[in-house]
Design a protein around this ligand. Sequence first.
Ligand code: B12
Length: 411
Amino acid sequence: MLEWNAIARQSNAATILIPRPAPAAAHMASPIRLLTAVPICDGHDSAINTINLEFIRHGIEVIYLGYHRSVGDIVRAAIQEDVRAIGISSYNGGHVEFFGEVVDLLRKRGASDIKVFGGGGGTITQDDAVAMKRKGVDKIFFAGTSLEEMTDYVRGHFGKPRKKRARATTPDMELARKLTEIEDSYATRKRSTSNKKIGNPQSAIRNSRVVGFTGPGGAGKTTLIDELVLRFLNQNPKGRMAILSHDPSVVGEGALLGDRATMINSQDDRVFMRSMATRGQAGGLSPATHDCLALLAQSNFDYVIIETVGTGQEAMPFRRNGIVDLTVLVMNPDYGSRLQLQKIVMLDLADIVVVNKSDLQRARTAHTEIEQRLEQNRRDQRLIDTVAKRHRDPGVDRLFALISNQQEANK
Ligand code: B12
């Protein structure tokens, strides 16, 4: 594939734009996965937002953790997501120590094969960069570096499969690597041995209850899940949960996996989160989702939550009689006219329908219209109004009680 870019050659007549061949596809089963973040007490995110977009345009999957993130949050996320490297954008000072602590913690957790690089315009001086390199940081990009130089660096350094890796030191790391193996096996279109071990997910031993969340983009699924996580962690001091979250791949390109940036409560050692790109599959999930979900459900979690990408009317992302025990459709009150409701397939299939953002003006009407639509189904479906962005929202409390009571009922 040829890629037109800004390489220009001056001829006497005119400037000729020369198509630059896209760099040879890396010999990797899956796209390069990177984690990017902005350090704690720093809200300068416009640089990293631009860089993220450039990375995904070059086929890279970027898990964006957001700004104001601690060393612990960054390292935990990098291990769970099994990324090749962490890119940090830092402007508010303290970068020598912060980057160094990320490297140290990776080392302590047995994950020093995850590399650290980043930038911060003129706030990181050449002397600072030398000190950071001494602490184990791979590369600092200074003001004036082109986006192309950054993507070339990432492809050059992280575009080939890793050499033999040291043994995983924690169960989370082991799980993260198995999930990568499953994704890789789908990317190369052959089933790996680790997949075979999973066997038939329906018949396999299940330790977790699996709850599936779907609904249109912007309905607030991620915020709602994060609030449910908070309630779960408070109610179960020793409980653990997993989240398998999806974002769309840009066709033929990478993906911006940004759900972690919205999540606050899920930044916790008792929560294992993995972000997946749809990698060309329509319908809200990735080709590897089912096997990844089966693996998580067999692991030691009380709950596994799966979140689809924002879906359309025809979507029914969860297989009938599949591994998902309970399905939740999250709606925005602004779905248009009542007629639209007749076309949303998940309204027939969901166990629980949530009208989120129920503080909006149209929410009362939405509740009534959806209630009438559900009555046609003559099934035991529940309808709940929530305002997920509000602390201690009673609607979210009701939803949490409903989900956890069903678990009790099924024990
Ligand atoms: C834009 C900006 C803002 C915006 C931020 C908008 C946003 N959402 O990001 C606003 C106006 C909100 C803002 C606020 C503040 N800012 Co300000 N801000 C800047 C400014 C002008 C530009 C930073 C920037 O985005 N540059 C654009 C990027 C693309 O270019 P670059 O910085 O040259 O980076 C290059 C490379 O380093 C690389 N890179 C950068 N990050 C990464 C990451 C990776 C992974 C990679 C591969 C590469 C890479 O990309 C670029 C390639 O050329 C800088 C001054 C400056 N000129 O740097 C001050 C600056 C960073 N801000 C500063 C300050 C003090 C603040 C405030 C505290 C001001 C205040 N008192 O309220 C607040 C704090 C906000 C917060 N919550 O943290 C100071 C920091 C001083 C310090 N560290 O000692 C600076 C240096 C200004 C100054 N000279 O005083 N700021």
